[in-house]
Design a protein around this ligand. Structure first.
Ligand SMILES: Nc1ncnc2c1ncn2[C@@H]1O[C@H](COP(=O)(O)OP(=O)(O)OP(=O)(O)O)[C@@H](O)[C@H]1O
Ligand SMILES: [Mg+2]
Length: 564
């Protein structure tokens, strides 16, 4: 990483080394902050400045490492026993307890101790530039909690190349003792998980445009969330990432829950089929069909209860109990595949035709939901399928989404191979506790079927109210934030966003301003500011097929003419 001290005529000033027209201004670190993010050096050393960094690491044998740790602990304890050093008592406590933890980690061999030589060198073709680069570096280091020093009259000793023994004398601030995690954090090229072999292209790093590849299938959960204000590019990004996933793994099957009917033309252009709920086009999904739980009638009864809570949020407790009882009886005694009409009959039998419950359920026989009363006729076999809810009244959307989610979940469980389920406008499922709990269960179980969710909604706050929503969010392996109008304190805390990130998100640029979407991805422990960028063919395909270009809610059912 560092050049040796040049052999051509050169000279030393108190703080710089000069060789011909090359000036080298060294900088040493005297104190580390308690924590640094992985890859932080990439941000300290921007690509547009020539700053050299040299890191040499020498492993300290375990026995010696333990001696060092016990020594450090003893010093901290002795200082604490004498009342500490004024305001530094808390720091000493931390030192004592972290020395103890580190000692255990070294004994268990999960960490090692390293003697690390660390040196920055600002380089320029003249003295003032080298000095000012070094000054900027000092400022950036101090922003992340480092203290540094300019080695005065020690330039030559600082710039000597490492002699590989790790034993040569160096000015103070050159040698440090760090655990393995600390050495790993110094690795300047970010984290290797951002270029996962076999991954799909997520976007380009906003800092230096390096491409970030990520393999969804290589992690504990395959489910992701995308959050952003209207027009921030959620639907576009989701469709783009699904396209790229299918190019890499063509066997991936995709289902889309599409409340606004934005994906219909796109799905059809991929050779898929669309079920249009409001028009009955593409066939009927019988919400009571136990096929979705592979015949588990008790589980099905519970899910049906969830659907009704979404449809009739005003149900009184005793009505809910009667409805649940009727549903359970229907699955115990009723036909193999009950219909909503069968359920309405049972309610009339039990509570009388004039009861409020019977009146409510009339909606399935003569009201706006009568189209759902009957057996399932929609059995799409295409690898890409969507359910378009456009034209469904707003207050019925959570209900329709719930039984369709139940249906989609059933498909995920029974189909082989990798599967993705895209749920747009997912806040509709956060309106009611029962549907949110169901979504939480789905996200926790789908990975057992080689499946993942892609959940889109405007604000993460929608899911931060109840424990089930928070649990759901915790089960998303990646969360991407596009422009958010504001970042609530809850969101900041829940996702561990820094205050700089929270301040940036309302300023993230929109695709209509830039032609790409600025975003912050939280993937596992990483925070990656990325531009979601489409290539020209990707953009043209998505522009031609995505969006609210299908038939209007009132138009007769006919497939839209999307495609290339
Ligand atoms: N990454 C991108 N590159 C280029 N154009 C984009 C990108 N993302 C979005 N757009 C453009 O911005 C428009 C709005 O994006 P999109 O519909 O995905 O927003 P959204 O976040 O889903 O909004 P809503 O919440 O209203 O559904 C798209 O129609 C597309 O033209
Ligand atoms: Mg959208």
């Amino acid at each position: 990483m560092s050049d040796p001290v040049p052999s051509r005529p050169s000279s030393e000033t108190p703080t710089l080394w000069r060789a011909g027209r090359s000036y080298r201004a060294p900088l040493l670190v005297t104190a580390f902050p308690p924590e640094v993010p992985f890859g932080f050096l990439g941000r300290l050393i921007p690509t547009h400045e020539t700053v050299e960094l040299s890191v040499e690491a020498h492993r300290i044998p375990a026995a010696h490492a333990l001696e060092l740790i016990y020594g450090a602990r003893a010093v901290a304890e002795a200082e604490l026993a004498t009342g500490g050093n004024g305001g530094t008592t808390a720091e000493l406590e931390v030192e004592r307890s972290s020395a103890a933890e580190l000692g255990q980690a070294i004994a268990r061999r999960t960490q090692e101790l390293w003697k690390v030589g660390l040196r920055f060198v600002a380089r320029a073709s003249n003295r003032p530039q080298a000095e000012s680069k070094r000054t900027r570096l000092i400022e950036r280091l101090s922003e992340v909690g480092f203290r540094s020093r300019i080695p005065r009259y020690e330039v030559r000793e600082s710039l000597q190349p490492p002699d590989l023994s790790g034993a040569e004398p160096r000015p103070s601030g050159y040698w440090h003792t760090l655990p393995t995690d600390g050495v790993a954090a110094l690795f300047p090229f970010g984290d290797e998980t951002v270029v996962e072999p076999g991954g799909t292209l997520l976007g380009l790093a906003l800092s230096d445009a390096s491409p970030v590849f990520f393999d969804r299938w290589a992690h504990a959960s395959y489910s992701w969330g995308l959050f952003g204000t209207t027009g921030s590019g959620k639907s576009f990004a989701a469709a783009l990432l699904l396209l790229r996933t299918r190019w890499l793994r063509p066997e991936t099957t995709i289902a889309v829950l599409d409340p606004l009917g934005e994906y219909s033309a796109w799905v059809e252009s991929l050779g898929g089929s669309v079920i249009r709920i409001a028009h009955g086009a593409g066939g009927r999904l019988n919400p009571l069909d136990p096929v979705t739980t592979a015949g588990d009638r008790r589980e099905k009864a519970a899910r049906v209860g969830t659907m009704f809570r979404a449809l009739f949020p005003s149900l009184k407790d005793e009505e809910a109990v009667r409805l649940d009882a009727a549903v359970s009886q229907l699955y115990e005694q009723g036909p193999d595949v009950p219909t909503l009409g069968d359920l309405a009959d049972r309610i009339v039998e039990g509570s009388g035709v004039a009861s409020r419950l019977a009146t409510l359920l009339e909606v399935f026989r003569s009201g706006s939901l009568r189209g759902l009363n009957g057996p399932t006729t929609a059995r799409p076999t295409e690898p890409v399928v969507s359910v378009d809810f456009r034209g469904v009244p707003d207050d019925q959307l959570p209900f329709h989404l719930t039984y369709v989610l139940d249906w989609a979940y059933g498909r995920l469980a029974e189909q082989p191979g990798p599967k993705l389920l895209l749920i747009d406008e997912a806040h509709l499922l956060a309106r009611h506790a029962a549907t949110e709990e169901f979504l939480d269960r789905v996200v926790r179980h789908v990975r057992h079927f080689d499946a993942g969710l892609m959940v889109l909604t405007q604000s993460p706050d929608d899911f931060l109210v109840r424990p089930s929503g928070r649990s759901f969010l915790r089960n998303l392996y990646a969360s991407a934030f596009l422009r958010l109008p504001q970042v609530s304190e809850e969101t900041r805390e829940f996702f561990g966003l820094t205050s700089a990130e929270a301040e940036w998100l309302p300023r993230a640029r929109l695709p209509r301003e830039t032609g790409y979407a600025e975003s912050l991805w939280r993937i596992g422990g990483l925070h990656l500011p990325l531009a979601v960028v489409a290539s020209t063919p990707e953009f043209e395909f998505l522009e031609a097929t995505l969006g609210r270009s299908g038939p209007s809610p009132d138009a007769p059912a006919s497939p839209p003419k999307g495609g290339l």
